[in-house]
Design a protein around this ligand. Structure first.
Ligand code: ADP
Length: 229
């Protein structure tokens, strides 16, 4: 479970990027986070990763106040959360297999476990036949599938996706959404930022709308009604 409890975030002495954000996301939910550029969406994801600290308020993951985690215990949080970016952030000098395996190597899995797990995950994203290719040999949609595979390889409970379809055409975007839905069906909580109105309108998932750092709506079945993009 994710809890934002009266979160305020100020960068330097500027105005607040987030103001009094309170929301709970239960295990297994699929939630869209929408809002105009600058509304605070990425800041929310970065707070969850503990890439940033809130100026005020608490972010809890499974009842752990993540601000209180010592650096040596950060792995507890990082194991729970996978992250997907708009620009993929893959290592260009590593193959598809190696990109997906990295997180598992860090977790100390055996060679055999890694082979099996990476194979299974590449199957899930339909890229098993491309495991020996390098990122430059892949399309944008394939790159995003590798990045999803890397994010879920360690079996995180939560997957954060920051504009994962931002660089993709409509058909490829839907392929990515169907993979995210599969991942959600096996119990992974998904929190995804997006500017894609048709995805939000057609998926009929919970949608939290931010504007100027505040939650202006939180609907069980969302509709994309962001103005001033
Ligand atoms: P969104 O993801 O909705 O586009 P962000 O969370 O990136 O919004 O940004 C929210 C606000 O915080 C914006 O006004 C942005 O300019 C500001 N901001 C984001 N990151 C930084 C930073 N590292 N330093 C200063 N201001 C920042």
């Amino acid at each position: 479970m994710i809890q934002f409890d009266h979160i305020f975030k100020q960068y330097g002495s500027r105005t607040f990027a987030l103001s009094d954000i309170t929301a709970t996301i239960a295990d297994g939910e699929f939630v869209f986070l929408i809002g105009p550029s600058g509304a605070g969406k990425t800041t929310i994801l970065r707070l969850l990763l503990r890439d940033l600290h809130p100026t005020k308020g608490k972010v809890k993951v499974d009842d752990i106040d993540i601000s209180q985690l010592k650096n040596k215990d950060l792995y507890i949080l990082r194991r729970k959360i996978g992250m997907v970016f708009q620009d993929f952030k893959l290592l260009t000098d590593r193959t598809v297999f190696e990109n997906v395996a990295i997180g598992l190597e860090i977790l100390g899995n055996s060679h055999e476990e890694i082979r099996k797990r990476v194979g299974d995950i590449l199957e899930l994203v339909d890229l098993k036949d491309k495991s020996d290719l390098f990122p430059t040999q892949l399309s944008a949609g394939e790159l995003q599938r590798v990045s999803i595979a890397r994010a879920v390889a360690g079996g995180p409970k939560i997957l954060l996706a920051d504009e994962p379809t931002g660089n993709l055409d409509p058909k490829t975007s839907w392929d990515i959404l169907s993979i995210l839905q599969e991942i959600n069906k096996i119990g992974t909580t998904i929190l995804m930022t997006t500017h894609n109105a048709s995805i939000v309108n057609d998926m009929k998932k919970r949608t939290i709308t931010l504007q100027n750092g505040k939650i202006v709506s939180d609907k069980k079945v969302g509709k994309y009604d962001v103005k001033h993009e």
